[in-house]
Design a protein around this ligand. Structure first.
Ligand code: HEC
Length: 404
């Protein structure tokens, strides 16, 4: 089958210049239309904010003069330790979608139409950038022909748009994620309907250099496996307990949830075909520690920062053989839910000499992906992004952190 499907070099034809020109014209037109829509949305938002500000000023004036207004703004500013001028930030809108059980094994497997082009180097967004909402709706509703969601949660949203504002100064990068909160959709297979009742929202983002396989095309998708906790091929918890593997993979010291995220590079084999009932993935095919240490040295890890809204906890760490929240990056997060809009502001140091941290330097481009656990969800029941590029003062990067 593989041979029959393979492209035949005899049929290679140059793409005519006319076609390339036409495509460039259409792309420019679409970009202009998107920019116009965004400008209109921003203008609308500014109008609403102006109205609110005027109403607040009027109310404060009625309550006893302008002095009060000044002092209340001062306290509002004081409450934040993250003081940046957001008007200098660059803003991008990115859709996140509900992935169901889609894993890197599924992406690289026979049921995924994009498998071949992806392995040859195409980015997820080259094919899917314009259909993020459709993909999320297909999967969340259980309507996907690919059977990517066996446990449907009625009323859960398939996707939503997140605005990311990015800026930096000499020491830190600042990212502000904002999005509209959704309706609560009770989870039928969990008592009380909330998987993580403590945390209404959790947000995580990952960063990696091109040294990590697939990171250049897929952001954090390479860390998500078919045998991770709550995924279809997760091993029985009992087979894990007390084993040497469990110890090496942080099962006991981690979140106590079994197989976490890991990189393909740390395994001797990743099962993709699943013939004769073989489990997909490779959690138990762990390489020797010396090999894993070498990967660490060669930048083959993904840096992760994670925030939990209920407990107001910030953690940072890396994904290599497993998720290891070693800390030390000193990231700070300020989150709020106001008038139905979540806002999560992250301040993270650009440079770090700690193993497992990606240092962000001018002139380089990094791979970025993020996930939001909306509506008290946990594990795989989140919304995720495709992979995007992040850089400092680089208009070609989708997330362009502009200098303060
Ligand atoms: C070369 C184009 C291409 C690339 C690159 C690509 N895909 Fe796909 N993808 C497809 C096609 C084609 C389908 C199948 C659509 C169908 O059969 O209805 C698909 C289907 C999917 C689906 C299932 C959608 C549904 O409605 O059930 C998901 C999820 C998905 N892709 C995720 C990804 C991710 C994640 C990446 C990057 C890691 C990626 N794709 C890269 C072409 C691509």
């Amino acid at each position: 089958m593989e041979k029959l499907e393979a492209p035949n070099p005899d049929y290679i034809r140059e793409v005519p210049q006319e076609y390339k020109d036409g495509l460039a014209r259409i792309e420019a037109k679409e970009a202009a239309a998107a920019a116009k829509l965004k400008a209109e949305k921003l203008a609308e938002k500014a109008k609403v904010e102006e109205k609110i500000a005027a109403a607040v000023a009027a109310a404060v004036a009625n309550a006893g003069g302008a002095d009060k207004a000044v002092s209340s703004t001062k306290t509002a500013n004081k409450a934040s330790n993250i003081n940046v001028d957001w008007s200098k930030a660059q803003s991008t809108d990115i859709g996140v979608f509900y992935p169901g059980t889609a894993s890197i094994e599924w992406i690289l497997g026979r049921k995924h139409g994009g498998k071949r082009a992806f392995t040859k180097g195409d980015r997820c967004i080259e094919c899917h950038g314009e259909e993020i909402a459709d993909i999320g709706n297909n999967i969340v509703s259980g309507e996907s022909e690919k059977d990517l969601e066996p446990n449907v949660i009625p009323g859960k949203r398939g996707s939503f748009d997140v605005t990311i504002d990015a800026t930096h100064d000499a020491e830190n990068i600042y990212l502000r994620f904002s999005w509209a909160d959704g309706e609560h959709a009770a989870v039928p297979f969990v008592e009380g309907g909330k998987m993580d009742p403590e945390n209404p929202m959790k947000l995580a983002f990952m960063l990696a250099t091109d040294d990590v396989e697939y990171a250049d095309r897929a952001g954090c998708w390479g860390t998500c496996h078919a045998d991770a906790n709550t995924m279809p091929f997760a091993p029985e918890q009992d087979t894990l307990k007390g084993s040497d593997l469990a110890k090496r993979l942080n099962f006991d010291t981690g979140t106590g949830t079994g197989v976490t995220k890991y990189l393909k590079e740390t395994r001797t084999k990743l099962e993709l075909k699943g013939r004769r009932g073989k489990a997909l993935g490779g959690w138990d095919k762990l390489k020797d520690q010396a090999d894993i240490n070498a990967l660490q040295q060669a930048n083959q890890f993904m840096d992760v920062v994670r925030y939990k809204s209920g407990t107001d906890k910030v953690e940072d760490g890396q994904i290599l053989a497993s998720r290891d929240m070693h800390g030390g990056q000193g990231a700070e997060v300020e989150a709020s839910l106001k008038n139905g809009t979540w806002s999560v502001v992250v301040k993270r140091r650009l440079k770090s000499d700690k193993a497992g941290d990606v240092s962000i330097e001018a002139g380089k481009v990094y791979n970025f992906g993020f996930a939001i656990h909306d509506d008290y969800s946990s594990a795989r029941y989140h919304h995720v992004s495709f992979g995007y590029k992040l850089a400092l003062d680089n208009a070609d990067a989708e997330i362009n952190a502009v200098k303060q």
